[in-house]
Design a protein around this ligand. Structure first.
Ligand SMILES: Cc1cc2nc3c(=O)[nH]c(=O)nc-3n(C[C@H](O)[C@H](O)[C@H](O)COP(=O)(O)O)c2cc1C
Length: 362
């Protein structure tokens, strides 16, 4: 019998038939020089094609949606062509890949935009965080409050980027509603102080996310769309005073839409995951919270979550970063390469495409 056999059961997500339940979680690698992925990116993702599903690094839907240096976009023809190489390489290796679409909102800085614009957000509330640049750390400015026109334009940008993703050969998209970026800034009362229909009550704060989901589902089909959430996280200066009620209302409102999946990045306890599991009729991916004895999350943490029925598939990040042949290693009972945090962001092939497989080592 396979070790961790629960990972090696097939799973249907929308129109995708995954051969296993090991998902590669989204990871920004900051090697998209000029906003473009390249042959090295294609090699990196293709090396990890044994994953049941690969979710790409966060990819901005517009110029003003960028939040970090050297991240890729999906809003120009050149970017679509560049991503085509990646999706072709992953498919040729037998894998499936969706693009994580992000608008970073207030997690932005004028130096990232050609025109030096000020980042936009639901309300003029600063993140209190900084942007890393080769010239040092720059404080995020207080963002400009989005107008009704900005909101409509941004929803259209998400739909356009999803169409671009399909044109680039992706099997679908994951909307980034987690980790304190724009969707999350609307959800959380700490960052959303609006008094119009997109703020205030929970019904108001979930409206932007629902409208983005609806527009993207209409553009490419709901079966090609996933949504990532991170209830309770405090990353990027985010603050929610009503986590359980907020996510219950959001997931209830999403439930009639047959999305490919919801993806929970767990940061606090499993309580909110269970709440979402109960409210959500579709497939649930889980990036399990690390525990004191397992940081980052390990295959054992993930298998335990599958066994107790908390999710349908497990998304791991760091383990995939360092182990391109993760399923083979899990089957073999390890050993596992250790990730080198010094090469997580930026640089070249080192710490990117040179982690050996078990076969390489043999
Ligand atoms: C290098 C790195 C980059 C990441 N970039 C993203 C990202 O672009 N989008 C996202 O939703 N999460 C991102 N994350 C968070 C991971 O998807 C995941 O939630 C987190 O690392 C916990 O999983 P783990 O314990 O398996 O590493 C990143 C994590 C790492 C380590």
């Amino acid at each position: 019998m396979d070790l961790f056999e629960e990972f090696f059961q097939p799973l249907t997500l929308g129109k995708l038939e995954l051969p296993n339940r090991l998902v590669m979680a989204p990871m920004t690698r900051s090697r998209a020089y000029g906003g473009l992925v390249d042959d090295l990116t294609a090699q990196y993702y293709a090396q990890r094609a044994q994953a049941g599903l690969i979710i790409t690094e966060a990819t901005q839907v517009s110029e003003i949606g960028q939040g970090y240096i050297q991240t890729p976009g999906l809003h120009s023809d050149e970017q679509i062509q560049a991503w085509r190489k990646v999706t072709d390489a992953v498919h040729a290796a037998g894998g499936a890949i969706v693009a994580q679409l992000v608008h970073c909102g207030r997690i932005g800085h004028p130096v990232l935009y050609a025109g030096g614009a000020v980042p936009v957000a639901p309300s003029p509330v600063g993140s209190g965080e900084v942007l890393f640049t080769p010239d040092g750390l720059l404080e995020h400015p207080v963002p400009r409050e989005m107008t009704g026109d900005d909101i409509a334009r941004t929803i259209a940008d998400f739909a356009d980027a999803a169409r671009n993703a399909v044109q680039a050969g992706f099997d679908g998209v994951e909307l980034h509603g987690a980790n304190g970026f724009l969707l999350h800034q609307f959800l959380a009362d700490g960052s959303n102080r609006r008094t119009d229909g997109y703020g205030g009550s929970i019904a108001g704060r979930i409206r932007f996310t629902l409208e983005v989901v609806e527009a993207v589902a209409a553009a490419v089909g709901p079966e090609r769309v996933g949504l990532r959430l991170s209830p309770g996280i405090t990353y990027n200066g985010i603050a929610e005073s009503d986590t359980a009620d907020l996510y219950r209302a959001l997931v209830r409102a999403l439930a009639p839409t047959p999305l490919a999946y919801l993806h929970v990045s767990e940061t606090i306890t499993r309580d909110v995951t269970w709440l979402i599991r109960q409210e959500w009729p579709g497939a649930l991916l889980l990036c399990p919270h690390p525990t004191a004895d397992s940081f980052p999350a390990t295959p054992a943490t993930g298998a335990a979550a599958l066994r107790e029925g908390a999710a349908d598939a497990i998304a791991l990040a760091t383990m995939w970063l360092a182990n391109p042949d993760l399923p083979a290693r899990i089957r073999a009972g390890g050993p596992y390469n250790e990730a080198d945090p010094g090469t997580f962001y930026g640089g070249d092939h080192r710490g990117y495409t040179d982690y050996p497989t078990l076969e390489d080592l043999a």
